[in-house]
Design a protein around this ligand. Structure first.
Ligand code: UDP
Length: 367
């Protein structure tokens, strides 16, 4: 293979999608490097005791974008899976996003009926109402409900997850899990949903199988001396790190995942159970549910969110609030001075992308 023209830094879902796009559309060679010793970034999964475990926490694929779905479907078959989440509220397992079924499980019948009627009258059946919007209601019953959901579903969970109150974050963050005036218990209503039949890693390996793509793992960009020979560099790592933190660090949240294995068929009743109020973890994921893996054992992860600290843990989530966007914009200005490099992905764009949005961003990119 002749020397690669394109260098991609970071072998996560963004870098891998891009490598494939460059190889197919431009028929140019690509070298993709990653400092980790595995592909896939935080979408990496592996098998243990017959169970497909998501190393960086539960990942569920969902999209409305047919183009994204068809693109991935060239590299994997799908296990049809519709994600549902339960939260422990006042000791009961209730559906989250909080919906009409949650109301009926938690409140006495007469109150539940009144709340249901008022919600439907004010917002309409089938509407999704972010909690911060519901809190603006003037009606006393809806105010009661909004305060209840805010406190029991969002406040402590968000404090644990972000170290911030819901209103201190961009409304889009808690808006991801709106109150849903519906009896649909699914976490997502997207048209296309599923888990890659043999796992995300297998799907991504297939994406990388192309004669023009070369993968080099355990390779840190910092130790990479041949940068000049590439025509284009695509950087999916952290933009602040690339610029040596000259304007300061962009804050991230990290998660300490405590994996535990049990000699029992199932540990809990559902793939993901949230613990908004109790305990210091936010949720427990049980992996065998995603692909319906058969095993006498089960593997779960307890999620303990924590601040990202350089050298200690991994970046998971950009913290979406105004002052951090301002800092990101300063770095963005630096990029404009150099047209050989493009930043992208959760860390390069400093955006809270879901997997489909990360892929969409690449597929829509002009090369
Ligand atoms: N959230 C919450 N309680 C819940 C679920 C979600 O407060 O039971 C809030 C929390 O701030 C969280 C955000 O909604 O970070 C988005 O949740 P999502 O499940 O989309 O987060 P992810 O799966 O990306 O970690």
């Amino acid at each position: 293979m002749k020397n690669s023209k394109n260098l991609i830094v970071g072998c996560g879902i963004t870098g891998i999608t891009l490598a494939r796009k460059i190889a197919e559309e431009k028929q140019e060679s690509v070298l993709i490097i990653d400092k980790r010793n595995n592909i896939g970034g935080n979408c990496y999964d592996y098998y243990e005791d017959g169970i497909c475990v998501h190393k960086y926490g539960t990942h569920i694929f969902h999209t409305d974008n047919k183009y994204v779905w068809d693109f991935l479907s060239k590299f994997t078959k799908w296990h049809p899976y519709m994600h549902k989440v339960k939260a422990i509220i006042e000791g009961k397992e209730v559906p989250v996003p909080f919906n009409l079924n949650s109301i009926n499980l938690l409140f006495p019948k007469c109150l539940a009926e009144k709340l249901e009627e008022k919600l439907i009258a004010k917002f309409g059946f089938g509407k999704k109402v972010p909690i911060l919007e519901l809190r603006e209601s003037k009606d006393k019953d809806l105010t009661f409900l909004a305060d209840y959901v805010y406190k029991r579903v969002f406040l402590d969970y968000t404090l644990k997850q972000w170290g911030l109150k819901p209103e201190e974050l961009d409304p889009l963050v808690t808006g991801r899990v709106p109150v849903y005036i519906s009896k649909d218990d699914r976490y997502f209503q997207n048209k296309y949903q599923g888990i890659p039949l043999k796992g995300y890693t297998s799907m991504m390996e297939n994406m990388l199988k192309h004669p023009l793509i070369k993968v080099s793992l355990n390779k840190d960009f910092k130790d990479f001396t041949n940068v000049d020979k590439y025509d284009k560099i695509y950087y999916t790592g952290a933009i602040d790190e690339y610029f040596n933190y000259k304007y300061g660090q962009l804050p991230y949240r990290s998660i300490n995942l405590d994996f535990q294995k049990f000699n029992t068929e199932y540990y809990q009743s559902n793939s993901v159970i949230n613990y908004p109020e109790n305990y210091t973890f936010t949720r427990i994921g049980e992996y065998k549910y995603f692909l319906n893996d058969k095993s006498r054992k089960t593997i779960v992860s307890f999620e303990y969110p924590e601040a990202f600290v350089l050298g200690k843990n991994e970046r998971y989530y950009p913290i979406i609030k105004d002052e951090n966007q301002e800092l990101y914009k300063k770095y963005l200005k630096e990029i404009k001075k150099d047209n050989k490099i493009t930043f992208l992905g959760r860390l390069g764009d400093y955006k809270y992308y879901d997997m489909d949005k990360a892929i969409e961003r690449v597929l829509n990119m002009e090369l």
